[in-house]
Design a protein around this ligand. Structure first.
Ligand SMILES: Cc1cc2nc3c(=O)[nH]c(=O)nc-3n(C[C@H](O)[C@H](O)[C@H](O)COP(=O)(O)OP(=O)(O)OC[C@H]3O[C@@H](n4cnc5c(N)ncnc54)[C@H](O)[C@@H]3O)c2cc1C
Length: 442
């Protein structure tokens, strides 16, 4: 009897992880990648699993959200995590790798796996529905080649977003509510937004600091291609000193209850989750470097001691609106014979993309063996990502890194909130126990 077959398009982080998971479950995998015949604007190596920018997988502390996600994947025999362990370089509390050794290690593992064949070809269209074709995982990443992206768009009927604007997320407990006030524009009474008011001097100093701050250099293919609706703040500042005051920092309709007057400018914060433990800086997508963001945003009144759950960024991206088009198994709602994996699903980052490869690989193997697909247990980082992809209100959907804001709040202890310094450890212990029990089902 031949093994059930799976095709995977894209040999990046997610595609390699999916191939590994499915092949280890006895499936016959064909992994397609267009390299080295054709490269995306950010890829340049012939090896699979190429890291296109930083060499860091971020914190390795299992009490941080991204550290926990990595630990969950290690428990599930992740190839990418194994490669990172073998090729890591010293980087304090972060897990960073030698990118060439890392990609080589993975390429060799995939090459030598008895159940995987590699095919170096660009795939231009997804298989038609009535074709007899193997179950397909599409894992072609944020820079998916154009014709294949168009083919996916044809199936989903949804526009694929092409720019990924990520505004910083702040921790509510770190905000100074002696200065910040609650109000929604033009509405009576305390509204849903938190507002950081600025007077004229504060605004001018802030604009000068944004102008002078270090920015992450643009890749050539990113230049001049921003959507007008999601310009980075520093690009708006280049257009004139008052541009932000007429954009995301517009103060009108937001009187400060202490003065009864609209301030000169306002930074608005919008709830990031139902429990309001985190807020998003509205319209503050930016390419300032991380150290600059920390320095410049601490100038905002009420944010002197701000803690960030996530900092801002913007780059080209291709992703679906998960809540509209994806099942929790990562199958397309309209085509159950196709699963998405990696950054295409609407997660953000190396670790998160790998995680969505891991789950797609597991579910594809279950499907071709006529078994039910699985969803990771509640209260794990893997589940938090799947829930973000499938249950966020579609209008609000934006790609996300893993962060504890995507988890349910921890129950109170003796009527009191558990102090922040203990929360990561509590979450981590519970999640890892759940994954150990769950892996038998996969
Ligand atoms: C410019 C840029 C910088 C980034 N920097 C970071 C960072 O510093 N840290 C971070 O955590 N994340 C970063 N990201 C996000 C990062 O790309 C993803 O997190 C991760 O690489 C996505 O993994 P993936 O497997 O989904 O896609 P990829 O790793 O991009 O893999 C996709 C693969 O599919 C192949 N492919 C594409 N189209 C086709 C086709 N039609 N046929 C066959 N093969 C195809 C490509 O050759 C590639 O090998 C960055 C993204 C971009 C675009």
């Amino acid at each position: 009897m031949t093994n059930p077959a799976i095709s995977i398009i894209g040999g990046g982080l997610a595609g390699c992880e999916a191939a590994w998971q499915a092949a280890n479950r006895g499936c016959q995998v064909t992994l397609y990648d267009m390299k080295p015949h054709s490269f995306s604007p950010a890829h340049s190596s012939a090896d699979l699993a190429e890291l296109v920018c930083s060499n860091s997988f971020r914190s390795d502390d299992p009490t941080s959200a991204v550290g926990l996600l990595k630990e969950e994947m290690r428990l599930l025999d992740s190839l990418i995590m194994a490669a990172a362990a073998v090729t890591k370089v010293p980087a304090g509390k972060a897990l960073a790798v030698d990118r060439s050794l890392f990609a080589r290690f993975i390429t060799e593992k995939i090459h030598s796996h008895a159940n995987i064949s590699i095919c170096r070809d660009e795939i231009r269209t997804l298989p038609a529905e009535d074709d007899t074709h193997p179950l397909t995982i599409m894992a072609t990443g944020p820079l998916t080649a154009d014709s294949l992206a168009a083919s996916l768009q044809e199936i989903t009927g949804e526009h694929l977003a092409f720019y990924d604007a990520i505004a910083p997320i702040v921790v509510t407990d770190s905000l100074n509510m002696g200065i910040i006030y609650q109000a929604s524009r033009y509405e009576e009474g305390p509204g849903d937004y938190l507002n950081c008011p600025m007077d004229e001097d504060q605004y001018k100093s802030f604009i000068a600091a944004v102008t002078a701050a270090d920015k992450v250099p643009l890749k050539s293919f990113e230049k001049h291609k921003y959507f007008e609706g999601c310009l980075p703040i520093e690009v708006m500042v280049e257009r004139g000193e008052d541009t932000l005051r007429f954009g995301p920092m517009k103060p009108v309709g937001l009187p400060d209850p202490r003065t009864g007057r609209d301030p000169y400018a306002v930074i608005q914060l919008r709830k990031e989750n139902v429990q309001a433990s985190h807020y998003n800086m509205v319209g503050f997508q930016t390419k300032l470097t991380y150290p600059s963001q920390k320095k410049v945003f601490a100038m905002i009144p009420g944010m002197e001691n701000v803690e960030f759950e996530r900092l801002g960024s913007i780059h080209r991206n291709t992703f679906v609106c998960g809540p509209k088009v994806l099942e929790p198994s990562l199958q397309l709602k309209k085509r159950n014979d196709i699963l998405l994996a990696g950054q295409l699903t609407g997660v953000e980052g190396y670790v998160e993309s790998t995680a969505m490869g891991l789950l797609a690989g597991i579910n594809a193997a279950l499907l071709v063996n006529d078994k039910k697909t699985v969803v990771p247990p509640h209260d794990t980082a893997l589940y938090a990502l799947i829930r973000h992809l499938t249950q966020t209100e579609p209008k609000r959907f934006q790609p996300s890194n893993i962060n504890f804001g995507l988890f349910d709040p921890l129950p109170r202890k003796n009527g009191k909130k558990i102090p922040k310094r203990f929360r990561g450890q509590i979450r981590s212990e519970k999640a890892l126990q759940l994954i150990k029990e769950w892996r038998e089902a996969t």
